[in-house]
Design a protein. Structure first.
Length: 487
């Protein structure tokens, strides 16, 4: 245990510190922008990013992953802030933390097993597109010099690593180009243009809301939505970082960690947040692997605001835009174009639908939920194909059932058996089938009772142990008369 903690914190010190610096600088404009989206003061997003990143470094289940204020969460907060104000948002943030802790305790993270690969690819691609789209207002149609600095930044982050890797290229781009702009007097939009930054530390306070059931009715729907979206985005990001670093992570611990971070953040004036795939990708690509990188990102963020805030606000936006464009290009799964050609048509449709819904709604959770639902529908349609074959053996009739018998295939089962037969011995063989649910047992009931009304003797055979158990438990017909055969 001690060896593991030592490795997570001090196994990659130099690279973690440098990566954390890059992430901290990139977090500032995003935190301010997300605050503006939510309709709160920029410091609410900055305090959240500082608090969540520092706390998750200690209690999260995935080292090297960055958590802070996010756009997906900010969009959910807009109506609450607009109608009730900041204190209700902070109360909802605290409740969000409690719900996420409970999710972790009850191991809700297991549901991630039900997210298909096609949805994961769609999620990643949609996020890459959203990251790029978020940069467009900061460089499109502003000035020629803005385009120049975006291009120079991209040149640095892509070309420099071929010759020099001791310091992350994005960090070099930020420091060098900021110095160039300051000393040359070039007119560019800066971080300070996004909003006012006050150089003060967050302080502990309890949200000023009535402690009544009415307040709970107001904040609970928002807290539940924030909990689900935040956890979904965090767990998907954890899976992506798992793949990028070829390591594993504790998803239930991550859920509890996200909950603890949001719970504490609400008492320090911060909005709810979750894992950030863009910043996590920056961290990993800059060499960050351990918890130290996450801690440095959060702690340095606040240090920069408090101590050198006057310099931070002078960082040119085109430089940060260039870095985020690099992130969006690196995040997008370019192999997905080949995937669309080779994958089954239903998987391709799921991927495209996930991307389309996320891009249209700007809500990652809606795209993922739609993708999972669509995958489930296609899966049910695929396995609901059931065949019933009829064969004669003297006066006896044998039906062989092939396929899965459940609510979506019961009509084919009933249609495949001639219910008008009279005074015969009828065998229904389930050797190549499986009975799954009450609808299936109901269909068997219907067939058996209808055939017995016509003085037929019915024998059910070939039921496996699981199918036999559910039939014996739920069937209405007289099983002794229908002869449940074990052969």
């Amino acid at each position: 245990m001690i060896a593991k903690l030592k490795q997570e914190w001090f196994g990659n010190v130099r690279a973690d510190i440098l990566a954390g610096i890059v992430v901290a600088l990139a977090l500032i404009p995003e935190a301010i922008a997300f605050s503006i989206i939510a309709g709160v003061d920029p410091m609410v997003g900055l305090y959240a990013s500082f608090s969540i990143a520092v706390i998750i470094a200690f209690v999260g289940g995935r080292s090297g992953m960055i958590s802070a204020a996010t756009g997906a969460m900010a969009l959910l907060m807009v109506p609450l802030v607009r109608d009730y104000g900041l204190d209700y948002l902070l109360a909802a943030t605290i409740l969000t933390g409690i719900i996420q802790i409970l999710f972790g305790v009850f191991k809700v993270a297991k549901v991630m097993r039900f997210v298909p690969r096609a949805v994961m690819i769609g999620f990643v691609n949609a996020l890459a597109i959203l990251i790029f789209m978020a940069q467009v207002p900061h460089f499109l149609g502003i000035s020629t010099m803005t385009y120049v600095f975006v291009a120079i930044t991209l040149a640095i982050v892509y070309i420099l690593p071929r010759f020099f890797t001791a310091i992350p290229a994005p960090l070099i781009a930020i420091v060098a180009l900021t110095a160039l702009v300051i000393f040359s007097g070039i007119e560019l939009r800066t971080v300070g243009d996004l909003g006012n930054i006050s150089q003060t530390l967050p302080s502990f306070f309890i949200p000023d809301v009535p402690y009544t059931f009415e307040t709970l009715q107001i904040i609970f729907p928002y807290a539940l939505a924030l909990s689900i979206v935040g956890l979904l985005e965090s767990l998907l990001t954890a899976q992506i970082v798992d793949v990028m670093t070829d390591t594993g992570s504790d998803k239930n611990k991550e859920s509890r960690g996200q909950g603890i971070a949001n719970f504490v953040t609400g008492f320090f004036g911060g909005m709810a947040g979750c894992a950030m795939i863009g910043q996590s990708v920056i961290n990993v690509k800059s060499g960050g692997r351990g918890r130290l990188s996450t801690f440095v990102a959060g702690a340095l963020l606040m240090f920069l605001i408090i101590v050198v805030g006057d310099l931070v606000v002078q960082i040119p936006m085109p430089v940060l835009v260039g870095i985020m464009i690099m992130v969006s290009i690196g995040t997008f799964d370019w192999g997905s174009f080949t995937y669309l050609k080779k994958a089954p048509r239903t998987d391709a449709i799921v991927m495209v639908a996930t991307v389309g819904i996320v891009v249209i709604t700007h809500d990652l959770s809606k795209g993922v939920f739609a993708g999972v639902l669509l995958s489930a529908i296609f899966f049910v349609a695929k396995i609901s194909k059931l065949q019933v074959e009829k064969a004669l053996s003297g006066e006896d009739i044998h039906y062989s059932v092939r396929g899965q018998l459940f609510f979506a295939s019961v009509e084919d089962f009933v249609a495949g058996i001639d219910l008008t037969e009279r005074e015969r011995t009828i065998y229904i063989d389930f050797t190549e089938s499986h009975v799954w649910d009450d609808s299936a047992v109901g269909a068997i009931d219907k067939v058996v009772m209808k055939l017995r009304q016509n003085q037929n003797e019915v024998v059910l055979k070939g039921l496996n142990a699981s199918s036999r158990k559910i039939v014996e438990k739920l069937a209405i017909y007289d099983q002794a008369s229908a002869k449940l055969s074990t052969h």
